[in-house]
Ligand binder design. Structure first.
Ligand code: DCP
Ligand code: MG
Length: 613
């Protein structure tokens, strides 16, 4: 990475109130109503009408009803619809790229590397008539594109062009190459935003800059339905030479922008890393012996304070964060991030995940009857998920209309469990380990004509139960988790020929890059009954899980019955914990504040957030 200066144009999309928008698109009548999406007893998101009337993400349902009694609540525990919408929007955006560099982050964020399109259009600019420019979105057809005014950016800028002194940020295409790229990038971003809204019904918030870190963060400045460009001057691409950052930092808008952020808000700085940096910097300033017990949480540390701390740099960060188990070169990497440097690539579109697995955790699971029930629920989710991710419409089959085909066949079926240690063991060890068994995938799972129920039944009876018995030959077990997964994907040859990408190449090196951008993808099992919903036909209530009740809920408050949580575990890399959390798979990270804790504590923690707001 050192030395090579690559100037890219990167944009980051975040769909506005995503889950709520999915429901609104299914039922447009909901758009004008305050709409909240419920998981467990919490509102995971709500539309902007609800937000305007005082509702927030991660609020308790009971509270939301007090604030907005006529709130429409829909159940968002079945993630299938969100996954489908996410995939559809991603494909839509992908169509616009030339390089194929478009990367999904969780369900509702997408990065696009538009360097090539922007450069192509810079060459087309007529500097004598910038007001009447035309942005060509298709290399082979010069009539496809849109008219735009290239004398300035579209949307907002940081610093705000209207409030900052005019001399601070004049952005004209004549000024620099970077200005041109950002101006064109911002117009293209605006075009995509409007197309997404008009053609797909989704509004989004976009950030425009030269790397993933900056484009993601700068977008947050103006939400919703808006976009922000991080304006020049930039002084950051000093390659790996970290000594350059501080010298040039003063005039850079990158520094000006990043410096206000709390270090934990920087994607790529994990929860534990942030904690260690705070610990180091703040204890030096207040003296370790004066610290109250939970002082880190009460003492945020800005990027500026971390960056300007005496002796701060790659080496000091390496000594704070390095050590056994840590990522190589962590000090240099984090120092780069504090200075707005991020050379991670936007990965090419990836059609096929390397594995799919579904899991659920349990308070108590001790009998074969319970296991059988849970396996059925998990197998059903798994097969539905396989159909979403691995099956595509085969439009070539003209005779029978549109039929479907498998894009890839997973060759291996895996069953894992996490037994609770017996009492005697429990006193010795706190951690429970997973054990697993694999077997070749039975062929009947690929039958697209038979109903899902019949396939689930066969899978449970013929594969999963025998595997389970081999995994637990003796009785007396008590499980806290079951996971079933399919791996070992073999791509099916497409008859279409020509256009396909080299999937093998795409798989290479995918794993490591996105870890730190991890977003949770969590399915919650059916079982929470929605009593007061005012939206009717658009709620697809999954079958209640008889198992959940039998297994008992964790009672965390007078009205909070938290049921076991079903997780969808995606392919490694794309969804994995960030670097310092990866060692313990039983831990989860809070989407709201990044706090890491055992999975069972997450429900109560989320409730804490909702009380806090
Ligand atoms: N989500 C969730 N649990 C959380 C946070 C989010 O299930 N703790 C889901 C619901 C959101 C989606 O993920 O719709 C995307 O998360 P965002 O934080 O981007 O929230 P929204 O898209 O809903 O709102 P915004 O308009 O603020 O982006
Ligand atoms: Mg969003």
């Amino acid at each position: 990475m050192a030395g090579k200066k690559v100037s890219r144009t990167i944009i980051h999309f975040d769909y506005d109130c995503f889950y709520a928008s999915v429901f609104e698109n299914e039922n447009p009548a909901l758009r004008s109503l305050p709409l909240a999406v419920q998981q467990k007893q919490i509102i995971v998101t709500c539309n902007y009408e609800a937000r305007r009337r005082g509702l927030r993400k991660l609020q308790l349902i009971s509270e939301a009803k007090k604030i907005v009694p006529d709130v429409v609540i829909v159940l968002g525990e079945d993630l299938g619809r969100f996954r489908n919408a996410s995939k559809m929007l991603y494909k839509f955006l992908e169509e616009f790229t030339w390089s194929g560099k478009v990367e999904k982050l969780g369900f509702d964020e997408v990065f696009m590397d538009i360097t090539d399109i922007v450069e192509y259009n810079i060459d087309l600019l007529n500097l004598n008539d910038l007001e009447n420019s035309f942005f060509n979105t298709n290399r082979t057809d010069p009539t496809i594109g849109f008219a735009f005014d290239a004398t300035g950016i579209a949307g907002h800028g940081f610093p705000d062009l209207h409030t900052s002194s005019p001399s601070a940020t004049p952005l004209t295409p004549e000024k620099s190459d970077l200005s041109k790229r950002l101006i064109l990038g911002s117009h293209f971003a605006q075009h995509l935003r409007l197309r997404l809204e008009e053609e797909k019904g989704y509004t989004s918030t976009v950030g425009i800059s030269t790397n993933k870190l900056l484009s993601k963060l700068v977008g947050n400045l103006h939400k919703p339905k808006s976009q922000t460009t991080l304006l020049p001057p930039y002084y950051q691409n000093s390659g790996g030479d970290s000594s350059l950052y501080v010298d040039t930092a003063k005039e850079s808008n990158i520094t000006k922008f990043l410096d206000e952020h709390e270090i934990g808000k920087i994607p790529g700085i994990g929860f534990k890393s942030a904690q260690r940096i705070r610990d180091h910097v703040l204890s030096a300033s207040i003296g370790a012996h004066n610290r109250p017990s939970n002082w880190e949480i009460q003492n945020p540390l800005t990027v500026r304070d971390a960056r300007l701390f005496e002796g701060m740099g790659s080496d000091l960060l390496e000594s704070i964060l390095g050590g056994p188990g840590s990522e190589r070169g962590i000090g240099e990497k984090i120092w780069g991030l504090l200075n707005g440097f991020d050379d991670t690539e936007v990965k090419e579109a990836r059609r096929i995940p390397s594995q799919i697995s579904i899991e659920d955790s349990y308070v108590r699971l001790e009998t074969m009857a319970q296991v059988q029930k849970e396996l059925r629920i998990l197998a059903s989710s798994l097969i539905k998920r396989m159909h979403i991710d691995l099956v595509e419409d085969d439009e070539d089959d003209k005779k029978s209309g549109i039929t479907q085909r498998w894009m890839a066949h997973p060759k291996t079926l895996r069953l894992s469990t996490r037994p609770r240690p017996s009492h005697a063991d429990a006193t010795r060890t706190r951690t429970f380990n997973r054990i697993s068994r694999s077997c070749p995938m039975p062929n009947f799972i690929f039958n697209l004509k038979e109903g899902i129920d019949a396939i689930v039944e066969r899978l449970v009876e013929e594969s999963l139960i025998p595997m389970f018995r081999r995994l637990h030959p003796q009785g007396g077990w008590n499980l806290s988790l079951i996971n079933i997964g399919v791996t070992n994907m073999v791509e099916t040859a497409s008859d279409k020929g020509g256009g396909g990408r080299d999937i093998g190449k795409m798989f290479k090196g995918q794993e490591a890059i996105l870890r730190e951008w991890k977003v949770e993808d969590r399915d919650i099992p059916p079982g929470t009954i929605l009593k007061d919903s005012e939206a009717k036909s658009d709620i697809i209530q999954a079958e209640p899980s008889a198992g959940s009740e039998a297994l008992g809920g964790i009672i965390t408050g007078s009205e909070d019955v938290i049921y076991p949580t079903q997780n969808t575990v995606d392919e490694p890399g794309q969804w994995e914990e960030d670097e310092d959390e990866a060692e313990d798979e039983d831990y989860e990270k809070c989407c709201a504040c990044g706090a890491v804790m055992p999975g069972f504590a997450m429900a109560a923690h989320e409730r804490f957030h909702s009380l806090d707001e």
